[in-house]
Design a protein around this ligand. Structure first.
Ligand SMILES: O=C([O-])CC(=O)C(=O)O
Ligand SMILES: [Mg+2]
Length: 204
């Protein structure tokens, strides 16, 4: 794992969002299946035709361990781009997680895997496996442009993209924001008078 990726393992999505002015957060309809998921990795991108997941299989074969598959499924919500079988293959190949602006199925079994999956929801039907689709190209997912190799972080609050050219800047600003927030919290926590003083300062 490269140093930058290592550093982002401890950055919450909320802090990365604050550090990026909220510009690279995936649409909040893309949610973790379990609140306990916490992931940071580099994007391996996939673009699917609606209702066909063959390119996901191609991506599982080509992606590197630790990579997060970010799938543009065009928001399709009737057909699953993965179930527990496909997610299990991702986990076995050492991938870091799955993010899709679409849906999955076999929800109970995927939760049991403890492989981080972020999606719009769940469905019953499977996808076809006939189409082509693209891998490793710039895509749009959840309203955000994602390039292969961009840093992707996900946790209980959602998913944030950190474009490669902004990594150091976002890391510095997020680290600063975390320290500032902790300080602010420490000053007022459990102290009604400090809460009043803080609000008065903000209202000025
Ligand atoms: O095979 C599929 O495409 C979807 C599925 O049910 C699984 O992955 O378990
Ligand atoms: Mg299945």
């Amino acid at each position: 794992m490269d140093d930058m990726l290592q550093a982002f393992q401890n950055i919450p999505t909320t802090s990365a969002s604050d550090a990026s002015n909220g510009l690279n957060n995936l649409d909040p309809s893309i949610k973790p299946l379990k609140e306990t998921y916490q992931m940071a990795g580099r994007a391996f991108t996939v673009k699917l035709p609606a209702g066909d997941n063959l390119a996901v299989l191609k991506a599982i074969k080509e992606a590197q361990p630790g990579d997060i598959l970010v799938v543009d499924a065009q928001g399709e919500q009737y057909r699953a781009i993965a179930g527990d079988f496909v997610a299990g293959m991702m986990q076995t190949m050492g991938l870091g997680g799955l993010v899709v602006d679409g849906v999955i199925r076999d929800i109970s079994d995927i939760k049991a895997l403890d492989f981080p999956v972020f999606c719009k929801g769940t469905t019953v039907a499977s996808s076809g496996k006939t189409g082509v689709g693209d891998v490793n190209e710039t895509i749009a997912c959840g309203g955000v442009s994602v390039q292969p190799g961009d840093l992707i972080i996900g946790d209980a609050d959602g998913v944030v993209v950190v474009p490669q050219s902004t990594e150091q800047d976002v890391l510095d600003k997020a680290t600063e924001k975390i320290a500032k927030d902790n300080d602010r919290d420490e000053k007022v926590s459990g102290k009604p008078e400090e809460i009043h003083a803080y609000i008065d300062r903000m209202l000025k």
